[in-house]
Design a protein around this ligand. Structure first.
Ligand code: B1M
Length: 209
């Protein structure tokens, strides 16, 4: 990587939103391939994930990097559509019914987008029925479900049950996460995977695609 793309990579790594925006604009003006521009941004977010796992970055650094990525993506997205570059996979995401915590879920969405996934964010307080309707509508590869309260954890199981009832359980992989969740709980309710943080959620989704 060199020149503008290297500057774009560094801007995202350092969470410099305005510089990232400018570098995407300049790269496209200079006629660089949108796929290469995306690649530079995805690599930067990959490095952000690595630094987070190594304990060199914390949530705030990851958030500002993800925001810089998002700003760049807003400019790049129409060009990717023009170039017909397909996403790595499609994910619907949401925080379960009764639960309004969305900071972690938003971070997971941003990191997944950063890794090239198309994300449909259903927001917070998402009922099992709404998850099922979204699977029918969007035909995703994955569902990423978040819960932060011990009292709302059971809604993850209800969501999986609702998928079964709708005959959709085999159509979508269910990934779960959130502070009170762990692997044992994922196994207990029959989810396809658990990720303890946003970086590992990306790795998990990539490993299952
Ligand atoms: Co709430 N809250 N809160 N809260 N809140 C907690 C969760 C709590 C642990 C605080 C405490 O008491 N120590 C506690 C839960 C206790 C329990 O259930 N055992 C609690 C409570 C009790 C409540 C209320 C009930 C308080 C009240 O009203 N009496 C209430 C509930 C409202 C509701 O949801 N119905 C409530 C309200 C709120 C605020 C609205 C004030 C605010 C939320 C704002 C928002 O999200 N927009 C809030 C906050 C901010 C917190 C704490 C302080 C921080 C949560 C957070 O954003 N963490 C939290 C205490 C804490 O966690 N230390 C707390 C940062 C975020 C980046 O981490 O969300 O864990 P996290 O996400 C991580 C991973 O978990 C993972 O990746 C993320 C990024 O690395 N992950 C996934 C998350 N989702 C994933 C999905 C995946 C994969 C990974 O899918 C594949």
């Amino acid at each position: 990587m060199e020149g503008l793309l290297e500057e774009l990579y560094t801007a995202i790594l350092e969470g410099q939103r305005d510089v990232a925006k400018e570098m995407v604009e300049l790269s496209l003006q200079e006629g660089l391939d949108p796929a290469d521009v995306l690649d530079a941004m995805v690599k930067a977010m990959g490095e952000v994930g690595r630094l987070f796992e190594e304990g060199e970055y914390f949530v705030p650094e990851m958030l500002i990097a993800a925001r810089a990525m998002k700003t760049g993506m807003e400019i790049l997205k129409p060009r990717l559509v023009d170039a017909d570059i397909q996403p790595v996979g499609k994910i619907i995401a949401g925080t379960v019914k009764g639960d309004l915590h969305d900071i972690g879920k938003n971070l997971v969405c941003m990191m997944l987008e950063g890794a090239g996934f198309q994300v449909v964010d259903l927001g917070t307080d998402v009922s099992p029925e709404a998850f099922v309707a979204a699977v029918n509508e969007h035909q995703p590869d994955f569902m990423a479900i978040s819960a932060l309260l011990t009292t709302t954890m059971p809604s993850m199981q209800s969501t999986i049950e609702a998928l079964k009832m709708a005959g959709l359980r085999d159509h979508v992989k269910v990934l779960i996460g959130g502070a009170p969740i762990n692997n044992a709980y994922a196994e207990k309710i029959g989810a396809d995977g658990y990720a303890q943080d946003a970086s590992r959620a990306v790795k998990l989704a990539k490993s299952l695609i």
